[in-house]
Design a protein around this ligand. Structure first.
Ligand code: 0O2
Length: 249
């Protein structure tokens, strides 16, 4: 198949393809680092974690080729980079709808993150009931000889939205995209139930938070083994308190 090609040309194409895919892998790595930092910081500072799970994936070269042909795009790296913005994908699952917007805000406000597109399928669900917040962002990747801005698709959803989307995806493929009408209706009903569950859980969580805030007022601010969040050495803690006192004068 490659007999008409020069070996050096083939080697250079292989190298170009590897570099192309590697840039997306680095973008996923960098996004995962950003998300892990937010997760850890939130846990330490607010004693609470808005992110339940994170999954990431790189589209395989085979799926890229299929999508290029399905969308009638030109099969070259420039066109792929311009038109396929979900080669690097991250899915973040949160417990509550408000957490989705918090996480999205925190990511969007980072200086090196440029938001290219935001689709809010939570405020405007798809007709089949699909809900999720989709962002396409671009982040810079620094390599030995160049900097590239790479697009990453971020899907942020609740556990209930994720449960629904995975099942819908499985059914869609099981029936080879020709799902019986009755099943589509049941899926739509399930999406409504998932929305109701999300809203109910959010309400309950808000009530719990009010009680938590009230209890916090009574929290004893000392070095305390039951409260590792405040596990600062007493001397540092005292010195910081004195400093604050001085600043107030
Ligand atoms: P995969 O394998 O999950 O990546 P485009 O991304 O250009 O093809 P579109 O419609 O503009 O098309 O993008 P959109 O609406 O942002 O959706 C992109 C991704 O969201 C999909 O990726 C799915 O992962 C998910 N998604 C969108 N709609 C649905 C839905 O109705 N059900 C489920 N289960 N997932 C959905 P891909 O490329 O389809 O596949």
């Amino acid at each position: 198949m490659f007999e008409n090609f020069n070996l050096n040309d083939l080697k250079s194409i292989k190298k170009e393809l590897t570099r192309f895919m590697m840039a997306y892998k680095f973008a996923v790595d960098e996004m995962n680092t950003k998300i892990n930092i937010l997760k850890e910081e939130f846990q330490y500072i607010h004693d609470y974690n808005p992110i339940e799970h994170v999954k990431s994936r790189l589209k395989s070269p085979e799926s890229i080729a299929k999508k290029v042909s399905r969308k009638n795009m030109e099969l070259n790296l420039n066109s792929i980079k311009e038109n396929l913005r979900d080669i690097a994908g991250i899915r973040i699952t949160c417990s509550f709808i408000s957490d989705i917007y918090k996480v999205s805000e925190m990511l969007q406000s980072q200086k090196d993150v440029t938001v290219v597109e935001c689709k809010d399928y939570i405020k405007n669900p798809k007709p089949n009931g699909y809900r999720s917040l989709h962002l396409i962002v671009e982040i810079p990747i620094f390599m030995s000889d160049r900097e590239e801005r790479i697009p990453v698709e971020i899907q942020i959803r609740t556990i209930a939205m994720d449960f629904w989307a995975s099942l819908e995806h499985k059914i869609f493929y099981k029936y080879n995209k020709d799902v019986p009408l009755s099943l589509l209706q049941e899926l739509k009903d399930a999406a409504t139930s998932a929305t109701e569950l999300d809203l109910k859980m959010e309400r309950l969580n808000n009530e719990i938070n009010i009680v938590k805030e009230k209890n916090k007022e009574d929290e004893v601010l000392v070095h305390n083994e039951e409260n590792p969040r405040l596990n600062l050495p007493l001397a540092i803690f005292e010195s910081l308190v004195q400093q604050k006192d001085k600043e107030r004068i």
